[in-house]
Design a protein around this ligand. Sequence first.
Ligand code: NAD
Ligand code: LMR
Length: 340
Amino acid sequence: MFAARRTVNLFQKRAFSASAINASKVAVLGAAGGIGQPLSLLLKLNPRVSELALYDIRGGPGVAADLSHINTNSTVTGYTPDASGLHDCLSGAEIILIPAGVPRKPGMTRDDLFNTNASIVRDLAKAAAEAAPKAHVLVIANPVNSTVPIVAEVYKARNVYDPKRLFGVTTLDVVRASRFISQVQKTNPSGEAVPVVGGHSGVTIVPLLSQSNHSSIAGEARDALVNRIQFGGDEVVKAKDGAGSATLSMAMAGARFAESLLRAAQGEKGVIEPTFVDSPLYKDQGIDFFASRVELGPNGVEQIHPVGEISEYEQGLLDACLADLKKNIQKGVDFVKANP
Ligand SMILES: NC(=O)c1ccc[n+]([C@@H]2O[C@H](COP(=O)([O-])OP(=O)(O)OC[C@H]3O[C@@H](n4cnc5c(N)ncnc54)[C@H](O)[C@@H]3O)[C@@H](O)[C@H]2O)c1
Ligand SMILES: O=C(O)C[C@H](O)C(=O)O
């Protein structure tokens, strides 16, 4: 009898301390969309998430009701644009993921989404800056090279900008890179790590095969692999034939990034993810944001890793990247200045 009671008490104590460590509210803005739904599903399955707050201009409560029946401990609440919906969704959030915005159709570049998505991201950033200024903001909406600077400008204008807490999600590029190289080399993708630096569109995506397990890939095989990694998004857009772009692989990549951030926030050391952040690496060339390997910590960015040694061929890719990136970043900054 005594032993049984003691077991229960120990269990309760362990359960309490686990939930205290893991209490994390995560908000998804655009939660009813192609990415938002599977991303929210993966977050519902993540035991590090204690509260899931789902916002969309349409359909948030339905997605929340559906996910709330899954037998994991986290609570799920759906919010609409009515009354204080967005504010309530964001309030108290530690992580805010933004997949809200329109996806590409065949023939479009990510930059073609700017006119629609810039104002969506700006308005969501305004709400986040007010309701949860200390949350980590993970921008998925394209064009990431411009939408991340948009969020930064919105936060700067409100004096709440913390460069360590703003991330452009470029995880899908390294997910693709490890998969594509494994297909060429006939290896297990989980053992492949190809650093991808720069930004998240076309030539701004710079895979560093020289730093992979297969540094000897050269010639046409190398060129084809680099091209596939840079334009992997187009493959999906073409295959979906007007019905959007990558959603399921993106949900996996976004959930992986959120999980890494939560692991780091909960004290794990040495958590490294590629991400597009406010970075010192090319500021001397007027480029304020750059994706490279970033060590994450409880306050977000802990350490930004340099690009490292690269081949002459990769230096050519990097030069092309930097030229485009500079324009993409400036476009986002100018947008907020002209449309505060
Ligand atoms: N970073 C990446 O690697 C990556 C990968 C894939 C897609 N994307 C981008 O993610 C975005 C979303 O893609 P998707 O396939 O989920 O699109 P989608 O159209 O399926 O879903 C977008 C959702 O956003 C919602 N939304 C629109 N305006 C909103 C607002 N103001 N507030 C809240 N919600 C709003 C819509 O109602 C919709 O549910 C696109 O811009 C796409 O290009 C980025
Ligand atoms: O290709 C797109 O437009 C979506 C996304 O950026 C991707 O890389 O799949």
